[in-house]
Design a protein around this ligand. Structure first.
Ligand code: COA
Ligand code: AMP
Length: 628
């Protein structure tokens, strides 16, 4: 068997292929139905199968005699802590927390928000929910209260699980004031707040009033068993940025997802059970869900939870130290992390201090990887760096290489070839399929394979409008791409209002909503501009209201602060420029792409639809002054 045979099999008989992959995981009831339509006629996988994700991740391995194997490695340079948990130790805490959730009245189908930092308890909370069929929604700790509010009001959680603090390098971030603010602003009231006390910050006593102490709950609770859930039961919701201001609650199923993850560990990542896998991502992102928690655990790999940054915690050698200390065999990070390391350690001096012999491959995703970063990696680390492409929506890679076989070939700057189940096409804007070497919109023929989204939480219309209506019979990814003559795909970037800042997916329209809410702002345009470290960063061009007496500097400062308060520091909006007018089409549409191209200092063409060409010179002049 080689990769080509496997890919061919997946095309020849899709149902048979995925049925066989589903046999690699344990089911309480193995599905008889492999594909079937849901109530909206959208495809679902293994509908009559039953299983439990926490069982697959933890209990199964204990039953198989691996209870004493290390499952979780927690390494926190920011708090000077290191701790490991075996599968049996993890089960002890997870099952008691699950019992505690049940004692609070939570049951299958309820939702829970988890707003926590990179600590094992976050993972325990996710797995405890999965154990009893509660649908979790992890919210990235770098988001501001307003982001929490949107999620509370959309998924109406019965419980919110949080911690007293996160740590950003040397800065301690108290979570409870943020949670309190969110609870105050949300329309829906959350019945239970569970707080894990890290004893890192002083919190006012009133923040704890009416909350439940995590440790206390565990010590009082009976262990709960895994419940059997339908394959289509939502394991989690993960909100992601779309083209409109409000994030979309991506719904992930259980059976299709578990099947896809197990498949990916064997064939895409090529890792055997028992080895150590490290995805250096926050739990709040899709990578964190799939490759810090569920995939490694299902595959019986030890997974590393790293509470730190690639640099400054304490230095740019920290990733290499972790690889050495835990014998990491496969690592996954965003190119921005490697760029940050390269900037601090251009000659790879820190790399030489560590033994990286355990490392077999480095996977990269989240944003386009530039060749200079790959060069640095090749020169100093010397293991294959493999780019692959996926989205929150897919839950696992859609483009990549089948490194489980030895015959894979890397093509630089390409994110690889379609993964089995993903029938990828490139269309022009009228829906005509393009040949090799023509840039167009990346779409995927329906049905999507197991693991991909089931929909948008309680909003089929939004699901349809966001993904299914652009090209009939296809899922539209929002990315542009080119395919070459060998079938390798080159992602050219988002074609919508989504930007990738340091591997974090953010919506410029959401930022525009916040900027426009400033009382002195008449209108604005937020675009993503190139950045050497973060790949892209947002840039806001702002027009001040006529008659407003505020200074440009003051508006710039206040807009930056507003975005930090409403979206979070992670938005990284540091550039705000006041302009007299924005370039627009005759029908009044802001020419954002033109603004972006000018800001990036690239050559641009004046669109024929422009209303007033003189605005371009105004803008160029203003940028010259701004950049000084
Ligand atoms: N809680 C609170 N604040 C957070 C946060 C969190 N979990 N995560 C980030 N922030 C804050 C940071 O403190 C920073 O605030 P500041 O503007 O006050 O300094 C801001 O959000 C931006 O953070 P970040 O994007 O992480 O930038 P950085 O300059 O601190 O670090 C990198 C740059 C490249 C080192 C860092 O972005 C990185 O490690 N990126 C890898 C991303 C990744 O793994 N993505 C996952 C997809 S695979
Ligand atoms: P997220 O949903 O946060 O994982 O972000 C998904 C988006 O990140 C995709 O739509 C792409 O725009 C971008 N992305 C992810 N992986 C890659 C990659 N390997 N190359 C280029 N862009 C990528």
């Amino acid at each position: 068997m080689n990769a080509d045979n496997l890919i061919q099999q997946s095309k020849d008989n899709k149902e048979e292929f995925w049925k066989e992959q589903a046999q690699a995981i344990s089911w309480y009831t193995f599905p008889k139905t492999i594909t079937s339509p849901d109530e909206n006629n959208y495809n679902q996988w293994f509908a009559d199968g039953e299983l439990n994700m926490c069982y697959l991740s933890i209990d199964k391995h204990i039953e198989d005699g691996f209870g004493d194997q290390i499952a979780i490695i927690y390494d926190s340079p920011v708090t000077n802590q290191k701790k490991t948990y075996t599968f049996s130790e993890a089960k002890e805490e997870i099952s008691k927390l699950a019992g505690g959730l049940q004692s609070l009245g939570l049951k299958q189908g309820d939702t829970a928000i988890i707003y926590m930092p990179m600590i094992p308890q976050t993972m325990f909370a996710m797995l405890a929910c999965a154990r009893i069929g509660v649908i979790h929604n992890v919210v990235f700790g770098g988001f501001a209260p307003q982001e929490l509010v949107v999620r509370i009001d959309d998924c109406k959680p019965k419980v919110l699980i949080t911690a007293t603090a996160g740590v950003e390098i040397a800065k301690r971030i108290p979570y409870l004031p943020l949670v309190e603010k969110a609870i105050e602003l949300a329309q829906d009231k959350v019945d239970n707040i569970i707080v894990y006390n890290r004893n890192l910050v002083e919190n006012k006593n009133e923040y704890f009033e009416g909350t439940i102490d995590y440790q206390d709950l565990i010590s009082k609770s009976q262990a709960a068993d895994c419940v059997s859930v339908k394959s289509t039961h939502p394991l989690y919701l993960l909100y992601t940025s779309g083209t409109t201001g409000k994030p979309k609650g991506i719904v992930r199923d259980t059976g299709g997802y578990a099947t896809a993850l197990k498949f990916s560990m064997k064939y895409i990542y090529g890792i055997d059970p028992g080895e150590t896998f490290w995805a250096a991502s926050d739990f709040g992102w899709a990578v964190g869900h799939s490759y810090s928690v569920y995939a490694p655990l299902i595959n019986r790999n030890a997974t590393v939870i790293f509470e730190g940054k690639p640099v400054m915690t304490p230095d740019a050698g920290t990733f290499w130290r972790v690889i050495q200390d835990y014998k990491v065999s496969i690592m996954f990070t965003a190119p921005t992390a490697i760029r940050a390391i390269k900037k601090e350690d251009p000659n790879g001096e820190l790399v030489k201090k560590y033994d990286l012999s355990s490392l077999k491959k480095q996977f990269l995703a989240g944003e386009r990887c530039d060749v200079a970063t790959l060069d640095w990696f090749d020169q100093h680390i010397g293991v294959p760096a493999i780019d692959h492409w996926w989205q929150t929506e897919s839950g696992s890679p859609m483009l990549g290489l089948m490194t489980g076989f030895d015959d894979y070939k890397i093509k630089r700057a390409s994110a690889g070839k379609p993964i089995p189940g993903y029938d990828i096409r490139i269309f022009d804007e009228n829906g005509y399929e393009l040949d090799a070497h023509h840039e167009g919109y990346l779409a995927i023929k329906l049905p999507l394979p197991p693991g991909a989204l089931l929909g948008v939480w309680k909003d089929f219309d939004r699901f349809q409008n966001s993904y299914l209506s652009q090209f009939e019979g296809y899922y539209f990814s929002g990315d542009g791409a080119i395919v070459d003559e060998d079938g390798y795909v080159f992602i050219t970037g988002r074609v919508d209002d989504v930007i990738n800042v340091a591997g974090h997916r953010l919506s410029t329209s959401e930022m525009e909503e916040v900027v426009s809410s400033h009382p002195d702002v008449a209108e604005c345009a937020v675009v993503g501009i190139d950045d050497d470290l973060k790949g892209q960063i947002p840039f806001a061009s702002v027009v001040i209201k006529n008659g407003s007496e505020i200074s440009d500097e003051q508006v710039e400062k206040e807009v930056i602060q507003k975005v930090r308060e409403k979206i979070g520091a992670v938005a990284s909006l540091k550039n705000v420029m006041v302009v007299k007018r924005l370039p627009k089409t005759r029908s009044g549409k802001t020419l954002r792409k033109l603004i972006r191209t000018i800001l990036d200092g690239k050559e641009f063409q004046i669109p024929s639809t422009i209303d007033d060409e003189t605005i371009i010179d105004e803008l160029i002049e203003k940028i010259k002054i701004y950049k000084k």
